[in-house]
Design a protein around this ligand. Structure first.
Ligand SMILES: Nc1ncnc2c1ncn2[C@@H]1O[C@H](COP(=O)(O)OP(=O)(O)O)[C@@H](O)[C@H]1O
Ligand SMILES: [Mg+2]
Length: 223
């Protein structure tokens, strides 16, 4: 379970300070599918980055499955990220010089998995996202929807319990966006906690719960 209490995030200092989050309190149960919506600049990515241990809050408490994430050292935080969190971005962030399979295998390499097992697991993961036949394809030869599938397969490589997706359908047309949403839904049905930021209210309505943010605060929640 994710539990945040009065999370505040400031960027910059003095006169230049931006209050990106102004006291966010939030509870997400394991296995829940939560959508976060709100206008550009309201703090969605900031919140997701703190959830994923990519950034730290200025004030407030963050517990994940009872662990005090705010109290972690940099090393502990990196371990938390690598063992619990999968991240998916709007812009895919695939390495252009690597094949689909090599992109998926990349985090396995960092985790010390041997070459043969990396190959096998990349295959299984690409199969899982419906891209088994694109194993050897380079990103330039893939459609946007396919690139996002590769990015999701990569995010799943280390068996995260929580998948965080920051506008994963933002660069896709509506049809491909729905397909990505369906894939996230399937992963969620298999037990994964999913938190997805989206501008698309139609997609957000497909989540278990929708959190609406404005100007650094949660202003509404719908189940
Ligand atoms: N690294 C940063 N340094 C300074 N300001 C930032 C930084 N990241 C985000 N901000 C500011 O914090 C606010 C929230 O940004 P963000 O979380 O990216 O919003 P969203 O994802 O909802 O568009 C915005 O005003 C943005 O300009
Ligand atoms: Mg954002």
């Amino acid at each position: 379970m994710i539990e945040m209490k009065e999370i505040v995030k400031h960027y910059g200092k003095g006169d230049n300070v931006t209050e990106a989050l102004k006291g966010i309190s939030l509870r997400i149960e394991n296995g829940e599918f939560t959508a976060i919506t709100g206008h550009s600049g309201c703090g969605k990515s900031t919140l997701l980055n703190i959830l994923g241990g990519m950034d730290r809050q200025t004030k407030g408490e963050y517990f994940c499955d009872g662990e005090d994430v705010s109290g972690m050292s940099e090393r502990e935080l990196a371990k938390f990220r690598n063992s619990h969190i999968g991240f998916v971005f709007q812009a895919f962030h695939l390495a252009g010089e690597l094949t689909a399979a090599e992109n998926v295998a990349l985090p396995l390499g960092y985790a010390g998995v041997g070459a043969k097992e990396r190959k096998e697991r990349a295959k299984v993961l690409l199969d899982r996202v419906g891209l088994a036949e694109k194993y050897k394809a380079y990103p330039a030869k893939l459609s946007g929807g396919e690139m996002q599938r590769v990015a999701i397969a990569r995010a799943l490589a280390n068996h995260p319990r929580i998948l965080l997706a920051d506008e994963p359908t933002g660069n896709l047309d509506h049809e491909n966006g729905e397909k990505i949403m369906a894939l996230l839904r399937e992963l969620n049905k298999e037990g994964m906690t999913v938190v997805m930021v989206t501008h698309d209210l139609e997609l957000a309505a497909m989540a278990d719960r929708c959190i609406h943010m404005a100007d650094g605060s949660i202003i509404a929640q719908k189940n």
